[in-house]
Design a protein around this ligand. Sequence first.
Ligand code: NAD
Ligand code: DAU
Length: 332
Amino acid sequence: MRKLLVTGGAGFIGSNFVHQVVNDTDLDVVVLDKLTYAGNRASLDGLPEDRVSLVVGDVADEELVDSLVQQTDAVVHFAAESHNDNSLRNPRPFLDTNIIGTYAILEAVRKHGKRLHHISTDEVYGDLELDDPERFSERTPYNPSSPYSSTKAGSDLLVRAWVRSFGVEATISNCSNNFGPRQHIEKFIPRQITNLIDGVRPKLYGAGQNVRDWIHVDDHNAAVLLILDKGVSGETYLIGADGEKNNKEVVELILELMGEADGGYEHVNDRPGHDLRYAIDASKLRSELGWTPRYSDFESGLAATIEWYRANEAWWRAEKAAVEAAYAAQGQ
Ligand code: NAD
Ligand code: DAU
């Protein structure tokens, strides 16, 4: 394998993946990214031009996807509409990108006999009670809640069908909530960090009791590289680093790390249909492929993330007012 096609490589996880591929492997990368509001060319700054190229285009453009798949050896498919709140305001782009986009990728890898790794989310499994001793595993039935997670579930099922019906060589991973540099400021952690930089109090949906299972983006991407190398076609791997925390705990830690421990936060309108808790059992990935996370200390990973947003205001500043205006319109 010499050249990867990385869809959504100008987004949060995809761009961190491209940096990791360049640093840790000899592979070259072609990024296919539509540069929606969530994609940022600057996230690929500093990468060597002889190893990484960016094609600006739509993953649902079958002709374009066909030609890029033909020119590369394997596809890592990150491109998606990724934000639950946006999917509640306007679901349509989620169907176009997450469903039709994945269909276009599948048809191209099928035609050209190329390997696919499909990036998905733990949200396809729905949510858990706070006191449920079970966590999500590869055997948990699909039960998505939002327009976002239902389109991701649909895309996973398409991949499974193409493996079974057409013999496409593909793996799937379902990961929990990522944090780290280059995450769009609409998302929970960067929203609160950039609010505090602006002297605005963090905003908690509802009572702040909802639990997410946090993983550093580099740990997610290391697992993806391992699955690409050693994963078994047709298999699904759950990725998670035992990082369960409720939103109130996360906000309190951000306040403390930013020297605002006494500043407090605001409770705002809850998200309709808000999933209560996600939790991943990643034993299969650990035992079958030997993966272990490197960022076991959430606090130091979060401190480094805060430093990144402080040091890279030019990366996010232009978006801030519009993101907050959209939230304010929902009482959030
Ligand atoms: P993101 O929104 O930061 O990035 C998505 C990227 O896809 C952007 O660069 C955007 O421009 C691009 N894109 C969107 N529509 C496109 C289209 N039609 N054609 C080409 N490019 C398009 O998302 P992210 O948080 O980096 O998530 C990446 C993937 O990981 C998604 O598939 C998401 O479902 C999955 N995932 C995310 C998390 C998380 O915590 N963020 C956790 C598990 C899985
Ligand atoms: O679990 C994986 C998923 O994690 C990914 O599939 C999604 O792409 C990714 O966006 C993320 O989904 P969430 O909905 O969990 O992430 P978000 O950052 O939007 O919210 C995290 C939690 O914080 C959630 O319980 C809602 C809450 N929240 C969010 C925002 C933006 C707040 O309390 N206040 C906020 O301002």
